[in-house]
Write a protein that binds this ligand. Structure first.
Ligand SMILES: [Fe+2]
Length: 592
């Protein structure tokens, strides 16, 4: 059984740009962002890649034709060999009827406004939501005519859930899924028992009350890109305590005793919310540029998000007696919240996958569809699912840049030792090894690494290498067995995907200043010999040389660009920055 999962629409950017003004700063407010493909063969996830890594357009919503082709080529098969195509969206009749009803029953809208909205919905349905649109999209981009019998449309939240469920090893678990907007809903919760999904229907939140969308409006209000820069708001929040009482909880969100919530989201949400935020925080357009004001709003928004999801979690822990919870959806990228949710709940374990946001739904859709067709998923947890390049391919790329770089081929056994030696000093290295990792975090195969002991290393990487805001923190990678010595892990024993934030122990806060946020926390990645042998070896060598048990690990890209995929991408990025050296497989590369 061969299943190809995917997410992405050929016309989303055009339709949402033209009909819903998803352009400029709002360009990511559309369906199908983070398009991707994933290949499952006989229950095993064998390949997956995000389209942005191949078409080099960050967070692209394009039809994932390059991702699909790479997945199939990597397995030596073609479109004709695929048994099922699993699309991570299901715009059923029921969903579309709800969209229509939402418009016709909007008491605040005039008849003319309702007709205009219905016309936009009709065009979007014809271009994106309908089965005919899905089939036309597929044919146009791949040249392959889909057999309707082979197409499975998986509800978006079920795809999210299945990503988290299978990548965490399966097994019974309670779950919370929360994102900006699926087809109609923005949050569901329930349980998976013996592989059966049970959704607590009375706890679902529809997209008219989306917590993630509200957080996106705050992101925009603070001058960042909504549905992209929410982690910057989370980072800013660390610089201050939330105001009391919290204006968001006083004036915007209504929390209900049962754990649900109501968030008014008017048709003109942006100007309406800007006015409201200005009023309740005492700000204006000028204030929004001031660091202290931004911190106050960001910390209130973060506190609001934590409070609302904690309300959901309290209900979930009373409705389910299972010890473990899965949290997926775009909101689960808020790693500060994840740790607090776990520590403050009765759950003993929480899993958030490396594909928690929309990047992951292609994987979940494929694994779910394979399972439905009688091939139970064989669970694996490796995020290293993308392209890799051999020495010949790397050498060919180096030749292309021969006028700008010099290189030396190392014995493979010497690679971690050389890198560790270089990083004894303020040396920032590019680290490009093996198969590319999947998801928004670089997990040690397409990474920029540095020694966290230097107080100014954060500024060096932010300004001279990543070209990004000064307030942004960096995360450490640490050997799993050393992690408890450096960090207060709470209920966690590992955090392999950088989806949790933990306090740094006081005795290490000075020693790893470059990887310690202003509030003395770190978004850690734990590594084992099994999960990433080369990175584990590098950490062992580095620790032995310096006594420092972790490295700064940040993604191998510059602000606004996707993480590098190929050796040529890595060389191009290396030359745009002031990175000191680049390890491309076994080649040590330096600029001329
Ligand atoms: Fe989603």
């Amino acid at each position: 059984m061969i299943v190809l999962g995917y997410n992405g629409f050929g016309r989303s950017a055009e339709i949402f740009g033209r009909l819903f003004r998803a352009t400029g700063i709002d360009r990511h407010l559309l369906y199908g962002h983070d398009s991707s493909a994933a290949l499952v063969i006989d229950g095993e996830l064998v390949a997956a890649v995000e389209e942005e890594r191949l078409n080099r357009e960050k967070k692209t919503s394009s039809f994932p034709v390059n991702a699909m082709r790479w997945c199939l080529e990597s397995a030596g098969i073609s479109f004709d060999d695929v048994d099922k195509f699993a699309f991570a969206w299901q715009f059923s009749q029921d969903v579309v009827n709800k969209m229509i009803t939402e418009i016709t029953e909007d008491r605040a809208a005039t008849v003319e406004q309702k007709f205009a909205r219905l016309e936009r919905l009709a065009e979007t349905h014809a271009a994106m939501f309908s089965e005919a649109a899905t089939e036309a999209d597929f044919l146009q981009h791949t040249g392959h005519r889909l057999d309707p019998e082979k197409l499975v449309r998986v509800p978006h939240h079920i795809a999210h859930l299945m990503t988290g469920y299978h990548l965490s090893g399966g097994g019974d678990a309670a779950f919370l899924v929360s994102d900006g907007r699926a087809e109609w809903l923005s949050s569901i919760m329930g349980e998976v028992r013996d592989g059966e999904v049970k959704v607590f229907d009375d706890m679902t939140i529809d997209s008219r009350h989306s917590l993630a969308m509200l957080f996106s409006v705050v992101t925009r209000y603070l001058g960042f890109v909504p549905n992209n820069d929410e982690y910057k708001v989370m980072g800013l929040a660390g610089y201050g305590a939330p105001p009391e009482p919290n204006p968001f909880l006083e004036h915007v969100v209504e929390m209900c005793p049962d754990g649900t919530y109501k968030i008014p989201y008017p048709a003109n949400a942006v100007p309406a919310y800007y006015d409201l935020f200005d009023r309740v925080f005492g700000g204006d357009a000028e204030c929004r540029e001031e660091f202290d004001y931004r911190v106050r709003v960001a910390s209130a928004a973060q506190h609001m998000l934590e409070t609302v999801t904690a309300g959901q979690m309290r209900t979930l822990e009373t409705r389910s007696d299972l010890p473990r919870v899965i949290f997926e959806g775009g909101l689960a990228l808020n790693c500060v919240n994840n740790s607090k949710l776990l520590e403050r709940s009765r759950f003993t374990g929480m899993d958030v996958s490396f594909g928690a946001s929309d990047v992951g739904v292609a994987i979940g859709a494929a694994l779910f569809t394979g399972g439905q067709a009688g091939t139970p998923p064989r669970t694996g947890t490796s995020p290293y699912l993308g392209p890799s390049y051999d020495g010949q391919e790397i050498h060919a790329a180096l030749q292309q840049y021969a006028d700008q770089v010099v290189w030396r081929e190392l014995d493979p056994a010497d690679v971690p030792r050389e890198a560790a030696h270089l990083m004894r000093e303020r040396c920032v290295i590019g680290w490009f090894q093996g198969r590319m990792e999947y998801g928004p975090r670089a997990l040690g195969n397409r990474s920029i690494l540095a020694n966290p002991k230097f107080p100014d290393i954060k500024d060096i990487i932010n300004e001279r290498i990543k070209h990004r805001e000064q307030f942004r923190p960096f995360a450490p990678v640490v050997l799993e067995h050393r992690a408890p010595e450096v960090f207060e892990l709470g209920k966690k024993t590992s955090s392999p995907y950088m989806t949790f934030v933990v306090p740094v122990r006081p005795e290490y806060q000075e020693k790893i200043q470059g990887a310690c946020h202003v509030d003395a926390t770190s978004r850690i990645q734990t590594v084992t010999e099994q999960s990433n042998p080369l990175l584990a070896e590098l950490l062992r060598e580095f620790t032995e040389l310096t006594g420092i048990p972790c490295l700064i690990n940040t993604s191998f890209n510059v602000a606004g660009e996707p993480i590098v995929c190929s050796p040529a991408d890595a060389l191009s990025c290396f030359l745009k920055t002031e990175m000191d050296h680049l390890f491309l497989g076994n080649f040590l590369v330096s600029r001329i």
